[in-house]
Design a protein around this ligand. Structure first.
Ligand code: GTP
Ligand code: SPV
Ligand code: MN
Length: 634
C-alpha cells in the first residue's frame, strides 16, 4: 500500500513527463477563441476523463433531487454535518482541511504567451510549461472518485450579457455550492446545446483514492492537496484548478471566470468585470439610484449590499455582493448586472447589529463552512451574538468555551469562515435582480480598510480622477487570502488578486470606457469606513450609518449640494452630511474628514512607488493625476 506521501509525490513533475498525456483543450472552430456547442463539450469531458481517470462521469441537471442526493452523500462522507432541522432547516456545516481555508494568491497563475501581458502584479507562467505541469498533476487525479460535469450560466440564463461555463469537478461540495452560486444545470446546458460559447473550467481536489500502482486509500471529509494550482489561460479562456476545495479556488464561476477570465474578455469586448457589490437606493419621493462599490475582500461589500439605511427616506434593495459586469449602453450610461446567483459571504462580524438582513437570509438552505457548531445543532461565529454560547465545537472540531478562548485567543469560527446561500433568499433582494438587462449606474465607490489618512468620503472631480482613486486603493490585508493579516497593500480597484491581464492595461481600459461614456458616466467617489482615532477604535459607526455617506453623494449627483474642495477632491461642506440622530462628536467628525498634507505627500510617494512597476504601460493620465494631487497638496 502506498502512503499518502507517495501519492503526493506525483505532483512533482518528473522525468517521465515526456510520455504523459497532454492537457486536453476543447475544440474551437477556426477564428473562435471559445469552444461552442454540446459536441465540443462532450469531447472535452471525455478527454478530461481519459486524463483524470474517474470511476464515473455524471452530468449535473441542477435539480433538487440531485442536490438532495449529493447532500446525503456529503453527510455520509463526513464532509457535511446536517444542522438541526428545526433551528436551521436544510442547512449543513462543512469543516475544511485546516490548510485549505482561503484563496491562495501565491498559487494563482496567469498563463499568457508574453509575460508582460500578465503584468507585474500577477504570477506569470509560460502556458506550454504550465500545461505540462498540469497534465502531470491531473493525470489520474480523479481515480476512485466521481467526475461531475456542471454547466452553469453567469447572469440570468439566455440574458443579453450572460455567459456560459462548464465546470468539471471531482468535488460534490463544489457541485452543491455551484448550484447556489450560479444558475446551474439543465437551462445552462440548453444554452450550450443551442450553440453558445462556453468557458472550460476543470477542477480537482488532487487526492485520488487509487495510486498509480492500484493501491487504494480511504477518503477524508475534506480532500485536498498541499500542492495547488489556480491557473488561468486568458488567451484560451481556460481555467484549471488543482489541490483546493475552498471558495474562489474551487467554485470556478466566481473569481476564476467572472473576474479573471471575464476581465480579459471585457478588455477585448469593451466592457468591465469588477469586484463590486451592487445596490438600488429608492428615495421616499420615488427617485431611484444604482450604486456599485469595489472594496477588497472582507472589507464590507456584503454589509453594504444589504444595507438597512439609518436615514428613513432611503430604502436599499440588494442586487449583488461581490461581482458586477458593466457595459456601456446605447444611452451612454454604464449598465450593471450581477453575474452570480448567491452569496459566499464572510460569517464573522455578521450579526443582528451589523447585518440583520444577512442574519434573516441565513435561516434555511445554507451551507456554512468553518463556523462553529452549537450544542443544539446550530451554528455560531464571532459577532453573531454579543455573548458566545457556553460551549461550542469550533471550526476544527474541538471543544471550545469562552474561557478557553480567553486563555488561548482561539476563535470559534475561522476568520474566513463563510456562508453559501441563494440570493433569492435575501429578504431585500431587488425585484429586478434576475433581469438580464441590468441597471444603469449612478455612482461607483472605491474603498479599503485604512486606519489612517484616508477620509470618510471624497468625490472625484471627473472620471479620470475617479480612475486614479480606483488605481490607488490600499487596504489592510484580511483573512480572505493566505498571508499576513493587517499588512497594508495597494489593491487597485480591489482587483489585485483578480485581474486577468496587465493591471496597467486595465487602468487604460477603465479610462477608455470613461471616454466612451462621456457626460453620462457615473460619479466616482472614495470612501473609508475604517479610520481609527487615537484610542484605536473606529471613528465612524459604519454599517447602517453608511447610508449617510451615500445620501450625501447622491445629493451631490443631483446637484442638491456642492461640497467643498480639498486637495483630494470634493468633501461634504459644513452641514451637508446628514448627521441628525447620530452620536458623533465634532472632534471625531473633523478627524474623519481631516486631510493631513504631510501624510498625503508620503501617500503620493507610496502611490508613485507602486506605479513605477508598470513602467511605460502606466497610462499618462494617472501620472498626471498624481502630479496634480501633489500640486494641490502644496
Ligand atoms: P469578500 O466576500 O471577501 O469579497 O468580502 P466583502 O467585502 O463582501 O466582505 P464583508 O462585507 O463580508 O466584510 C466583512 C467584514 O467587514 C466584517 O468584519 C465586518 O464587520 C466589516 N465591516 C463591514 N462594514 C463595516 C463598516 O461599515 N464598518 C466597520 N468598522 N466594519 C465593517
Ligand atoms: C474574496 O476573497 O474576495 C471572496 C471570497 O469573495 S472567494 O470566493 O473565496 O474568493
Ligand atoms: Mn470577493
Amino acid at each position: 500500500m502506498r502512503s499518502a506521501l507517495d501519492l503526493q509525490d506525483r505532483t512533482t513533475p518528473g522525468a517521465e513527463a515526456s510520455h504523459q498525456k497532454p492537457l486536453p483543450t476543447p475544440h474551437r472552430k477556426p477564428g473562435h477563441t471559445l469552444p461552442r456547442g454540446l459536441g465540443a463539450a462532450r469531447d472535452f469531458v471525455a478527454e478530461v476523463a481519459d486524463l483524470t481517470e474517474p470511476d464515473a462521469v455524471v452530468w449535473c441537471d441542477g435539480s433538487e433531487v440531485e442536490r438532495d442526493r449529493l447532500n446525503e452523500e456529503l453527510c455520509a462522507a463526513g464532509t457535511f454535518v446536517r444542522l438541526d432541522p428545526q433551528l436551521r432547516p436544510s442547512s449543513f456545516l462543512a469543516r475544511s482541511d485546516p490548510k485549505d481555508v482561503a484563496r491562495v494568491e501565491a498559487a494563482t497563475f496567469i498563463c499568457a504567451e508574453d509575460e508582460a501581458d500578465a503584468g507585474p502584479t500577477n504570477n506569470w507562467r509560460d502556458p506550454a510549461q504550465m500545461r505540462a505541469e498540469l497534465a502531470h498533476v491531473f493525470a489520474g487525479s480523479m481515480r476512485g472518485r466521481t467526475m461531475y460535469v456542471v454547466p452553469f450560466s453567469m447572469g440570468p440564463v439566455g440574458g443579453p450579457t450572460a455567459k456560459v461555463g462548464i465546470e468539471i469537478t471531482d468535488s460534490p461540495y463544489v457541485v452543491v455550492s455551484m448550484r447556489i452560486m450560479t444558475r446551474m444545470g439543465e437551462a445552462a446546458l440548453a444554452q450550450v446545446e443551442a450553440g453558445d460559447e462556453w468557458v472550460p473550467a476543470v477542477h480537482s481536489v488532487g487526492m485520488p483514492l487509487v495510486g498509480d500502482d492500484g493501491s487504494e486509500r480511504a477518503d477524508v471529509p475534506w480532500p485536498c492537496n498541499e500542492t495547488k494550482y489556480i491557473s488561468h489561460f486568458p488567451q484560451d479562456r481556460e481555467i484549471w484548478s488543482y489541490g483546493s476545495g475552498y471558495g474562489g479556488n474551487a467554485l470556478l464561476g466566481k473569481k476564476c471566470y467572472a473576474l479573471r477570465i471575464a476581465s480579459a474578455l471585457a478588455r477585448d469586448e469593451g466592457w468591465l468585470a469588477e469586484h463590486m457589490l451592487l445596490i438600488r437606493l429608492t428615495h421616499a419621493d420615488g427617485r431611484r439610484f444604482h450604486v456599485a462599490a469595489a472594496f477588497p475582500s472582507a472589507c464590507g461589500k456584503t454589509n453594504l449590499a444589504m444595507l438597512r439605511s439609518a436615514l428613513p427616506e432611503w430604502t436599499v434593495t440588494t442586487l449583488g455582493d461581490d461581482i458586477v459586469w458593466l457595459r456601456p449602453g446605447e444611452d451612454g450610461r454604464l449598465w450593471a448586472i450581477n453575474p452570480e446567483a448567491g452569496f459566499f459571504g464572510v460569517a464573522p462580524g455578521t450579526g443582528v447589529r451589523t447585518n440583520p438582513t444577512a442574519v434573516e437570509t441565513l435561516t434555511h438552505d445554507v451551507i456554512f463552512t468553518n463556523v462553529a457548531r452549537t450544542d443544539d445543532g446550530d451554528v455560531w461565529w464571532e459577532g453573531l451574538t454579543p455573548e458566545p454560547p457556553d460551549h461550542l465545537v469550533d471550526w476544527l472540531g474541538e471543544d471550545w468555551t469562552p474561557q478557553v478562548a480567553a486563555e488561548t485567543g482561539r476563535p470559534a469560527a475561522h476568520p474566513n469562515s463563510r456562508f453559501t446561500v441563494s440570493a433569492a433568499q435575501c429578504p431585500i433582494i431587488d425585484p429586478d435582480w434576475d433581469d438580464g438587462a441590468g441597471v444603469p449606474l449612478d455612482l461607483i465607490l472605491f474603498g479599503g480598510r485604512r486606519a489612517t489618512n484616508v477620509p470618510l468620503v471624497t468625490a472625484a472631480r471627473d472620471w479620470e480622477h475617479g480612475v486614479f482613486f480606483g488605481a490607488s486603493i490600499s487596504s489592510e490585508r484580511t483573512a480572505a487570502a493566505e498571508g499576513t493579516i493587517g499588512d497594508m497593500r495597494r489593491d487597485p480597484f480591489a482587483m489585485l488578486p483578480f485581474c486577468g491581464y496587465n493591471m496597467a492595461d486595465y487602468f487604460g481600459h477603465w479610462l477608455a470606457v470613461g471616454a466612451q461614456l462621456g457626460a453620462r458616466a457615473p460619479q466616482i467617489a472614495a470612501v473609508n469606513w475604517f479610520r481609527k482615532g487615537a484610542d484605536g477604535s473606529f471613528l465612524w459607526p459604519g454599517f447602517a450609518e453608511n447610508a449617510r455617506v451615500l445620501d450625501w453623494l447622491l445629493r451631490l449627483v443631483e446637484g442638491e449640494v456642492t461640497g467643498k474642495q480639498t486637495p483630494l477632491g470634493l468633501a461634504p461642506a459644513d452641514g451637508e452630511l446628514h448627521l441628525h440622530g447620530l452620536d458623533l462628536s465634532a472632534e471625531d467628525l473633523a478627524e474623519l474628514e481631516r486631510v493631513d498634507p504631510a501624510a498625503w505627500h508620503a501617500e503620493a510617494d507610496s502611490i508613485e512607488e507602486y506605479f513605477v512597476q508598470f513602467g511605460d504601460r502606466l497610462p499618462e493620465a494617472l501620472r498626471d493625476q498624481l502630479a496634480a494631487l501633489r500640486e494641490r497638496l502644496g
